[in-house]
Design a protein around this ligand. Structure first.
Ligand code: ZN
Ligand code: ZN
Length: 357
């Protein structure tokens, strides 16, 4: 009797599973519709406390990395979305984190190495189509930003025509396509104000990424919270000056030890030119230990290591990457990954960390 009951239970469960399997397409459709409606009607900005927030839309370097796309740091100041650098995964990662690229206020570029600009075309396209924007997005950068923006505008000029012809100007305003380059000059002894309104102030300052000139970092202030993005640089006195006392320093970092491993591997594989390339790139970046030293001297509260190179596919490699940093800097240190989210509520001292993936 007991056996029969068990058999019956299994039969019923089997029938239910078979029924669900047969109905998987309509069930999936119903779930997808609900998720799509929720995503399209919700505004993630509204749920955030007033303050400064950082969403990592690309924590990597030009080296292919499964956990980290090309450089992209989204900063939310109040209800304004600013994007710093437009690496290859920017638009997708912003969407994946639940934000609407159509709401981007403006974009800021640190320099024009390909890994910092190769996602700009897609980002300006998503900014245009997601909200039917009637104004192109502003792209701020030091001298050279016109060349980059005009190149993308030309490359996307056919696409612009296709989309307006297909959807019509009322749905996709032709004049909202693309981007407007806004270049700024730099001063050696102080930062340049590149954006300012009642509660927000963004300044740019030169960094050391020779032979790449110009190359800049940015300081962002919103109400009483503040942060600095180093851009690509060797240890820079300007970064240290601008980061003095800020809440958060987002600093690039490249591990000499791990790059040496790749260099040795390239030599052993008799790929000497690749080995030379791995050696060359060390001389215009900062090690995690040097970044920790700057964070310590600038007395920041939190150091987020970004533009992470090389990739860290094994947990043990993160330990190698961070080796010795906690002896140098006593504040909190985190190695950035795509989807990382840091919140700095106004009127408080805290920095809350989470992931939006
Ligand atoms: Zn870079
Ligand atoms: Zn660079």
């Amino acid at each position: 009797m007991r056996l029969k009951k068990t058999t019956l239970t299994w039969m019923v469960l089997g029938l239910v599973a078979a029924g669900l399997y047969m109905a998987r397409a309509p069930i999936s459709m119903a779930i997808a519709k609900r998720v799509a409606t929720q995503r399209l009607s919700s505004d993630p900005l509204r749920g955030l406390p007033d303050g400064l927030h950082v969403a990592i839309c690309g924590a990597g370097s030009p080296m292919p990395d499964e956990q980290r796309g090309g450089p992209c740091t989204m900063v939310i100041a109040g209800q304004q979305i600013f994007v710093f650098d437009a690496g290859n995964t920017s638009a997708r990662n912003i969407n994946k984190m639940g934000f609407n690229a159509g709401n981007i206020h403006s974009i800021f570029l640190t320099h024009y190495h390909s890994d910092h600009i190769d996602g700009l075309g897609e980002l300006m396209l998503q900014r245009w189509v997601s909200n039917s924007n009637a104004e192109p997005v502003k792209v701020h950068g030091p001298i050279g930003v016109e060349t980059v923006v005009n190149g993308f505008l030309q490359a996307y000029s056919l696409d612009r025509g296709y989309r307006v012809a297909h959807h019509g100007d009322a749905v996709l305003p032709n004049k909202g396509f693309g981007a407007i380059a806004k270049s700024f000059a730099l001063q050696d002894d102080k930062a340049t104000v590149v954006f300012e309104n009642a509660d927000t102030r963004i300044t740019a300052f030169s960094v050391s990424h020779a032979p790449i000139h110009p190359a800049v970092g940015y300081q962002i202030r919103y109400k009483d919270r503040s942060m600095v993005i180093s851009g690509d640089t060797t240890p820079s006195a300007h970064v240290q000056r601008e980061a003095q006392g800020v809440d958060l320093l987002v600093h690039e970092a490249m591990s000499t030890d791990l790059m040496a491993l790749i260099q040795e591997g390239a030599h052993e594989a008799q790929r000497d030119k690749l080995a030379q390339l791995m050696k060359d790139i060390l001389n215009y970046h900062t090690t995690p230990q040097e970044a920790a030293d700057i964070a310590s001297k600038a007395q920041v509260n939190f150091l987020l290591l970004n533009h992470v190179a090389p990739p860290l596919p094994l947990p043990g490699l993160v330990d190698v990457f961070l080796k010795g940093t906690s002896d140098i800097f006593k504040g909190k240190i985190q190695v950035a990954k795509d989807g990382d989210f840091l919140s700095l509520p106004a009127g408080q001292k805290i920095i809350q960390t989470s992931s939006r993936y």
